[in-house]
Design a protein around this ligand. Structure first.
Ligand code: ADP
Ligand code: ZN
Length: 648
């Protein structure tokens, strides 16, 4: 395997260290790697501290949002420690597809990396094991189950005896927690690493971490003594928008058409069947949409995921099975047609939008049925009562976010323990909803539920409740003589949608409880008492049709790819993209692994004419300069030449 740019200068890089300070030396070596290998100028946020700490042999827990730059936090220590003679870095990663791309990306920058997972033949694994034993690898990606396999463990123990295991990185570390939504039992065996490999630094990384999950990670990974690096979880370029569900499909089509035609996006649905339906409808509407769920043939699923990663402008309609480790940087929107189970899930899924830092939208529609379904799934689950209580609490937090009339981001960040100010980039900030005092309406609604029980000795569902409130004579109304109730028709001047929204809000606060039977009957919960006694108040947002149709604040349509480029620049950018697609196809990798859009954009803007000028562009390190420099210059010159000829 070619490791050319790395093997030669390794001694020099660590030699930058002033003899007196090992730590400063480690940082200098790290910065040199960042520039030479990855072609980036400066570290972002906590990267520098984390990398310095780990190179120095410390354990760490890294909590950083998606797109924050976690990969470099272990890749750079891996390279530096390998050069210092500590041996290979073992990266535990839960996703096979991701391993392939990450190893591919490392090869592109000239780092010796490989993976071991179940997609390989015995011979292929064997070859990787040989490389490992010969000390040829800087990074080795493994699936968690591989780490607990005796054969592999024996290899590592053997290497460790020679001091040739330099680092353990545990990616997506929240998989160790059953509170996380991606629980992987195999992660639990990672708690043994510190006993089996004393002295080898361990680095756990994740973008998910409420308090419960965080404690679980520290406990199960035996990291209680480690340093925690907690970055802000804010994703300022993502605009959060949550709207009432009416005709979900029509709302979705309107949203994509008006704002994201031709862009890559992810649409999440709860069930496999719905995934299939929605994908088919999007295709009929002319979109390049593909389905993804765990019930599909694995090669179809794989191929759909690949197309999403590799082609431009594909929409994937998926269950939550899709996405962990999807590192495509230019996903412009994430849409939820059904509500997730908790804020962690919502945040993780929406976090797949806009990794490149460009504007992106997290869009969700939700309705009473979502609330009922989620509640029911919890109630009917087999978990212990204490566990169910935890799940309900998490669902309630998400509902509160959805019902919020103030800044969504303040709610989200608060959930992760971060105080913040209204963001100016969510629906509620951009179009503050009008609210009114709905206490009277709430009392009417609650007392009707109360009367049902008193008069008929039984509970009813939401359809009947709304009929009674709005004064509709139906068969059931007559059958139970509910037209006699004092609240019959008391809310005929209020739209059904407005009543429904109020009911949903009351369910959210627990004032109304949904029965666990087949008919979703309504009952009063404890918080109803204070409302009925006029000791509490409730306010509701005005549902305006205009707001609903726009689903809360459109993004200005900025064609992201071309942003900030003049005509000539756009032309060059187009040619560079075409060239990149060819290279990516030839290397069997996603396009962004070759160069990301920001690098191509910088090239199209600067239009460098020699290798020296190329060197200054972010994302072009030594290996890429060597491998692609001449071609990139040629593409730019040809494109400029053609443009000049066209002018004449
Ligand atoms: P995460 O794993 O935290 O979601 P990644 O490691 O995939 O994030 O990084 C997100 C993007 O940011 C990648 O395209 C990466 O190349 C880029 N990136 C990371 N660190 C830097 C840096 N210091 N300078 C410039 N770009 C960076
Ligand atoms: Zn806001």
């Amino acid at each position: 395997m070619d490791t050319s740019p790395l093997s030669a200068p390794s001694a020099d890089l660590t030699a930058y260290a002033p003899a007196s300070s090992r730590h400063a030396g480690a940082e200098t070596a790290a910065l040199a790697v960042l520039r030479e290998v990855f072609g980036f100028d400066a570290f972002r946020g906590a990267q520098e501290d984390i990398i310095g700490h780990v190179i120095g042999g410390g354990d760490a827990l890294v909590l950083m949002p998606t797109g924050g730059g976690k990969s470099l936090c272990y890749q750079i220590p891996a390279i530096v420690r390998q050069r210092q003679g500590h041996g290979v870095a073992v990266v535990v990663s839960p996703l096979i597809a991701l391993m392939h791309n990450q190893v591919g990306a490392l090869h592109e920058v000239g780092v010796a990396a490989a993976f071991l997972n179940s997609s390989q033949s015995f011979e292929e694994s064997r070859a990787v094991e040989q490389q490992l034993l010969r000390g040829e690898l800087t990074l080795l990606y493994v699936a968690p189950e591989r780490l607990s396999a005796p054969r592999f463990m024996a290899l590592l123990v053997q290497l460790h005896a020679q001091n040739k295991v330099g680092l353990f990185a545990i990616d997506e570390a929240h998989c160790v927690s059953q509170w996380g939504h991606d629980f992987r039992p195999d992660y639990r065996s990672l708690s043994l690493l510190h006993e089996q490999f004393p002295g080898v630094p361990r680095l756990a990384l994740t973008a998910t971490a409420d308090d419960l999950t965080r404690e679980d990670m520290l406990h199960h990974l035996a990291l209680t003594e480690s340093r925690a690096f907690v970055s802000s979880f804010d994703r300022p370029n993502i605009r959060y928008r949550i709207a009432e569900k009416r005709d979900a499909m029509a709302q979705l089509l309107g949203f994509i058409r008006s704002e994201f035609e031709g862009e890559a996006g992810i649409v999440y649905c709860q069930s496999r069947r719905r995934v299939e339906e929605v994908a088919a409808q999007l295709v009929r509407a002319g979109f390049n949409a593909l389905a993804y769920h765990a019930g599909m043939e694995s090669d179809v699923r794989r191929s759909n995921q690949d197309r999403f990663l590799r082609e431009d402008g594909v929409i994937v309609v998926a269950t939550i099975a899709f996405g962990m480790g999807i590192d495509k940087p230019d996903v412009r929107f994430v849409a939820h047609l059904d509500m997730p189970k908790n804020i962690e899930g919502y945040y993780q899924e929406t976090g797949r939008a806009g990794r490149d830092g460009e504007p992106a939208v997290a869009w969700m529609v939700y309705g009473l049925a979502d609330v009922v379904n989620q509640r029911r799934q919890i109630d009917e689950g087999v978990a212990s009562d204490a566990f169910k209580k935890g799940l309900r609490g998490k669902l309630d937090a998400l509902l509160a976010l959805a019902e919020a009339t103030d800044c969504r981001r303040v709610h989200l960040l608060d959930y992760f323990g971060e105080r913040s100010q209204p963001c100016g980039n969510c629906d509620n900030c951009l179009m503050p909803p009008e609210v009114f005092d709905a206490t009277e309406n709430a009392r009417k609604l609650l007392s009707t539920i109360y009367r049902f029980q008193q008069v008929s000795g039984m509970a009813f569902g939401s359809g009947h409740l709304l009929d009674v409130l709005r004064g509709k004579i139906t068969e059931r109304v007559t059958q139970y003589q509910h037209e006699q109730l004092s609240t019959f028709g008391i809310g005929s001047d209020i739209s059904e949608a407005q009543w429904r929204a109020l009911l949903r809000q009351l369910v959210t606060t627990g004032a109304v409880v949904i029965g666990s039977g087949d008919y979703a009957t309504l009952h009063l919960g404890e918080p109803a008492r204070a409302l009925l006694k006029n000791e509490a108040r409730i306010s509701q947002r005005v549902l305006s049709p205009a707001r609903a149709s726009k689903s809360g604040g459109q993004t200005r349509r900025v064609p992201v790819d071309d942003a900030g480029l003049d005509r000539l620049g756009q032309r060059v950018f187009g040619e560079l993209k075409a060239w990149r697609s060819e290279v990516a196809r030839a290397h069997d990798l996603p396009a962004y692994v070759i160069f990301n859009n920001n690098t191509l954009k910088a090239l199209a803007q600067e239009r460098p004419s020699d290798a020296d000028a190329l060197h200054g562009i972010a994302g072009i390190g030594a290996k890429k300069l060597e491998a692609y420099g001449q071609e990139v210059l040629r593409v730019i010159q040809t494109s400029l030449g053609a443009a000049a000829a066209a002018e004449k």
